[in-house]
Write a protein that binds this ligand. Structure first.
Ligand SMILES: CC(C)(COP(=O)(O)OP(=O)(O)OC[C@H]1O[C@@H](n2cnc3c(N)ncnc32)[C@H](O)[C@@H]1OP(=O)(O)O)[C@@H](O)C(=O)NCCC(=O)NCCS
Length: 216
C-alpha cells in the first residue's frame, strides 16, 4: 500500500506517511534520483533502509517536489531550496515527511518495551509526571517523550544537545494529542509545541508513535 496517511496539521504544514510494502525494484522504478542520492542508496547495507529511503522520495514526489529539490547540510539535516522546511523519519515499515513554512521536526517510533532499559538516559524532569506502574502506558509515554526529543533535536541540529539534560517535555496525557517542550542549551531557551499520534497497520504487528514539533 503506498500512501498510508496524510495529515494536514495547519494551513502550511502537511505530513505524509508511507507504508513500505513494495519491493526495492518497484520503488526504484518509480523515482528519479540525482547522482548523489543514487550513491547514497548504493552505499546502504540493508534493503529495508533502501526501501525506506526510496519511500521518502515517493512522498516528496507526492508533494510535487523532486529529489533535485532536496539537499542535506553537513550534519545530515535535510532542506529544500525553497521556503519550505522538511523533516524526515523512517521506522520499520513506515517512512514519513513533514513539510511546512514553519520550523518543524518529525519522528516515528515503534513502541517497544526495550525503551524501558534506556529511559534513564533520556528522561529526567519528566519523571515527575510519569507513572511506571502500568508498563504498557509507560512504554507509550516514554515513546512520546523520545519522539519529541528526536523531533526537537532535528529542528535545532546542534552539537552537544543532551536529550536528558537539555530538552524538557511538559506533562501530557495519553488521551490527548499535544504538549509543550523546551530546549535549554547554550544560555538560550527555545519553546516548542509538540503533537503526537499513535497508529497501527493491518500489515504489521505493533503500534507506532508519530511525534512532530514546531518551534514557537
Ligand atoms: C540524526 C538523528 C536525529 C536521526 O534520528 P533516527 O531516529 O535515528 O532516525 P529517523 O529515521 O527518525 O531520522 C532519519 C532522518 O533524520 C534526518 N537527519 C539526519 N541527521 C539530522 C540532523 N542532524 N538534523 C536533522 N535531521 C537529521 C535525515 O533526513 C534522516 O533520513 P535520511 O538521511 O534518509 O533523509 C539521530 O540519530 C540522532 O543523532 N539523535 C541525537 C543523538 C542523541 O542524542 N541520541 C540519544 C540521546 S540518549
Amino acid at each position: 500500500m503506498p500512501l498510508f496517511q496524510t495529515i494536514q496539521c495547519n494551513e502550511t504544514t502537511k505530513i505524509l506517511i508511507w507504508e513500505i510494502t513494495e519491493s526495492f525494484e518497484e520503488l526504484f522504478s518509480k523515482v528519479v534520483l540525482k547522482e548523489k542520492t543514487q550513491q547514497r542508496l548504493n552505499g546502504m547495507k540493508s534493503q529495508m533502509h533502501q526501501r525506506a529511503f526510496l519511500s521518502v522520495r515517493m512522498l516528496i514526489q507526492e508533494m510535487g517536489f523532486t529529489d533535485n529539490d532536496l539537499h542535506y547540510d553537513e550534519f545530515g539535516k535535510p532542506y529544500f531550496d525553497c521556503h519550505n522546511f522538511i523533516s524526515i523519519t523512517h521506522s520499520h515499515h513506515f517512512a514519513a515527511i513533514i513539510i511546512s513554512h514553519e520550523t518543524v521536526g518529525i519522528d516515528m517510533e515503534l513502541q517497544r518495551e526495550k525503551i524501558l532499559r534506556i529511559a534513564d538516559k533520556f528522561v529526567d524532569c519528566e519523571n515527575k509526571y510519569l507513572s511506571p506502574e502500568n508498563v504498557q502506558d509507560y512504554v507509550r509515554e516514554l515513546t512520546i517523550i523520545w519522539g519529541a526529543k528526536e523531533a526537537i533535536f532535528k529542528i535545532r541540529n546542534e552539537k552537544g544537545i543532551s536529550f536528558k539534560d537539555h530538552i524538557k517535555v511538559g506533562a501530557f496525557s495519553l488521551n490527548e494529542n499535544q504538549t509543550e517542550a523546551s530546549l535549554h542549551f547554550d544560555d538560550l531557551v527555545k519553546d516548542f509545541d509538540v503533537h503526537y499520534k499513535e497508529m497501527k497497520s493491518a500489515n504489521f504487528d505493533g503500534s507506532f508513535t508519530l511525534v512532530y514539533a514546531f518551534e514557537k
